[in-house]
Design a protein around this ligand. Structure first.
Ligand code: HEM
Length: 511
């Protein structure tokens, strides 16, 4: 059977994008000498410096192979399966290794001692990001500069001053939920409402004005465009794995005209919003203060200013809304956990005004529920690839030559039986450190915010926002599932492709 035949057989049934990938593969085979490919595949499998690492033969032979799970939205599950089959270290491409041991978080992503080089980000995973350098794709030096500017808006002090703004949006959210849930008779898509809330808050802290999603009860155009853009980035990542010659025609074919026009709409909206922010000082310390100073001092272009602003909005809103919806669903499916959490929240607070950052931080079970939801359903489930720097480096006790791409797939590390007992069960108790059943869990394997100098800058904000919203949900309502099927069975195109999450919210009767 030919290589293409084997591929086609292995992945039935195929979707349109996959047929196109194979068709291109066939064209390439036809236009290049077949012996060249055979020699290349043989070299990759048997003589390449990574040939001793376990993994599927086909993935060791060619990087095209992994493009398939990318376009099918199934990379997260595929990598988990590979680790179950081959162990904690897997060769996923000729030049790529995937790890799920917790120790590799520090080795790959951690701060490096003086004299050692950082493992830089693998450019092919940022091939869809234009403009810049921006916080997500800047080199080490410029990244440190942008991060230093941003850190002011994310400090403990800033968070304290931002709390009244956050509380204001959260109150509007619950006022709206009370209205539209009609005493629990009308099912509502709570995912949309989490999106409205998180986009409004991050919009305010970035552009100085919210997207008015909560008041209008619908998504702003900016956000709709962002969702199609995320899918485009996922396709760009798949295309970047293919031979250089086919990348441009494939991009032209794969990127629908509607997305192209969406991108220009996004750029236009960003420009308008940034101009608004430049004309209005913010009342609270926001994310943009110092970036604007840098722009005014000529140290950052207007394109970088808007690019970083959209990164903040997209990184800071959809992620939080995803976790909130995932946790809501997991609670609905686990009545025992829901009951314990409800008791904790209703016992701790006698009025919603008491649900403040300071007080919600004392709810241990709430935090355990959030950690467990982040483990089961990490909002950013993909591997974030890094490159071994010049001179090579040691990873997992072995020397790797420069240029090798290494990563920890967040979903696979946090769902693997190598790291967790009962990995697929939602058991917040494992985070409390009291139940001996879970004493062998490798809790530091779960790093949903990534690790090291390029980890999530919004982590503290995300935690308090999630804690307050979940506590208020438990305080105001008895929640009931109205979604059919397994809501968590989703594809990933950079972000989870989520269906509406239907719930009924019954106001709690208090005497
Ligand atoms: C549950 C919520 C969140 C999760 C799971 C999450 C996850 C992550 C992850 C995995 C990264 C690393 C990305 C990479 O290496 O390419 C990251 C980076 C980042 N996140 Fe978050 N995030 C969350 C919320 C937020 C919030 C609320 C904000 C801010 C408003 C934010 C802003 C950022 C920024 C700016 C970066 C880039 C940091 C850098 O490169 O230095 N995130 N986040």
């Amino acid at each position: 059977m030919t290589v293409i035949g084997t591929l086609a057989h292995a992945i039935q049934p195929l979707g349109t994008h996959e047929y196109i990938l194979f068709a291109l593969g066939i064209c390439l085979l036809a236009s290049y000498p077949i012996p060249y490919y055979l020699c290349l595949f043989a070299y990759n499998i048997y003589f390449h410096p990574l040939s001793k690492y376990p993994g599927p033969r086909i993935a060791s032979a060619t990087s095209w192979w992994l493009a398939l799970p990318y376009v099918r939205g199934g990379l997260h599950k595929y990598l988990l399966k590979l680790h179950e089959q081959y162990g904690p270290v897997v060769r996923t491409s000729p030049n790529e290794l995937s790890f799920i041991n917790p120790a590799q978080w520090k080795e790959i992503y951690g701060h490096k001692p003086p004299g050692h080089l950082e493992f830089s980000k693998d450019e092919k995973y940022h091939s869809g990001i234009k403009g810049g350098p921006l916080i997500l794709n800047a080199d080490r030096h410029y990244h440190q500069y942008i991060r230093k500017l941003l850190i002011h808006g994310f400090s403990e002090k800033a968070l304290r001053e931002q709390e009244p703004v956050m509380q204001r949006y959260i109150s509007v959210l619950f006022q709206k939920l009370q209205e539209i849930s009609r005493n629990g008779t009308a099912p509502i898509d709570i995912l949309s409402w989490y999106d409205f809330m998180t986009f409004d808050l991050v919009g305010f802290l970035t552009f100085g004005e919210s997207f008015d999603c909560l008041t209008n009860s619908r998504l702003h155009k900016w956000i709709e465009v962002f969702f199609s853009f995320a899918k485009l980035l996922a396709f760009s990542q798949a295309i970047a794995r293919l031979p250089f010659l086919v990348q441009t025609p494939l991009k032209l074919w794969a990127i629908p005209t509607s997305v192209k026009s969406d991108i220009s709409t996004l750029q236009q909206l960003n420009t308008e919003k940034i101009k608004h922010r430049l004309e209005h000082e913010s009342d609270v310390p926001d994310f943009m203060d110092k970036l604007i100073e840098a722009y005014k001092a000529g140290k950052m272009s207007f394109q970088q200013l808007t690019g970083n602003a959209s990164t903040l909005i997209s990184a800071g809103s959809e992620t939080t809304a995803t976790l909130l919806s995932g946790l809501t669903y997991l609670l609905l499916k686990n009545p025992r956990v829901l009951q314990i959490l409800t008791n904790e929240v209703r016992g701790a607070f006698s009025h919603p005004d008491e649900i403040t950052i300071a007080r919600v931080n004392k709810c241990r079970y709430l935090l355990a529920c959030i950690e467990e939801a982040l483990r089961i359903y990490p909002p950013s489930p993909q591997p974030h690839h890094r490159i071994i720097p010049p001179g090579g480096a040691m990873v997992n006790g072995e020397y790797l030559p420069e240029g090798v791409s290494v990563a920890i797939p967040i979903y696979a590390a946090s769902r693997s039986p190598y790291n967790w007992s009962q990995p697929d069960s939602f058991i917040p108790e494992r985070w409390l450190g009291e139940d001996p059943q879970f004493s062998n869990d490798k809790r530091d394997a779960s790093q949903p915010f990534s690790f090291g100098p390029r980890n999530c800058i919004g982590r503290n904000l995300a935690y308090v926002e999630m804690k307050i919203i979940v506590a208020r949900l438990m305080w105001h309502f008895d929640i009931e599932n109205a979604t059919e099927g397994d809501w968590l069975d989703q594809k990933v195109y950079l972000i989870w492709e989520k269906a509406p999450l239907w719930v009924k919210l019954h106001p709690v009767q208090r005497s």
